[in-house]
Design a binder for this molecule. Sequence first.
Ligand code: ATP
Length: 135
Amino acid sequence: SERTLVLVKPDGVERGLVGEVVSRIERKGLRLAALELRVVSRDLAEQHYAEHDGKPFFGSLLDFITSGPVVALVVEGPRAIPAFRQIAGGTDPVEKATPGSVRGDLALETGSNLVHGSDSPESASREIKLWFPNL
Ligand code: ATP
């Protein structure tokens, strides 16, 4: 069994899609190990997205993720990391995400693509420590 860090980003919370995302996670058979509504500080945002520091969209990415509350989850189950990446769909909601995925069904723009999911065991471990240090 494996754990992954999932975020429902500010656009997802604003649009009332938390239940939709949680429902898809639960229907897949994954379990919720933690769930919290959070206002994201600039510091946490910078640490979370450290790998994108220096890219042209870094500033707007930080503005976006701190623009309103997010819902952070730790999701657990067999192959939870790729399983949630499949639920999320590709980063670009039109060019990459397939129908049936959260982004493919419900999003239009890469800059507001509703959800985040850790992309590797190393990322998951780092991100879970960052968001849920007491877990
Ligand atoms: P996430 O890390 O949020 O799950 P991802 O792993 O699918 O997304 P990354 O390449 O890690 O995609 O990019 C992280 C986030 O940065 C994306 O989800 C998206 O919101 C934003 N992003 C990535 N590329 C661009 C871009 N070219 N323009 C605007 N925003 C971008």
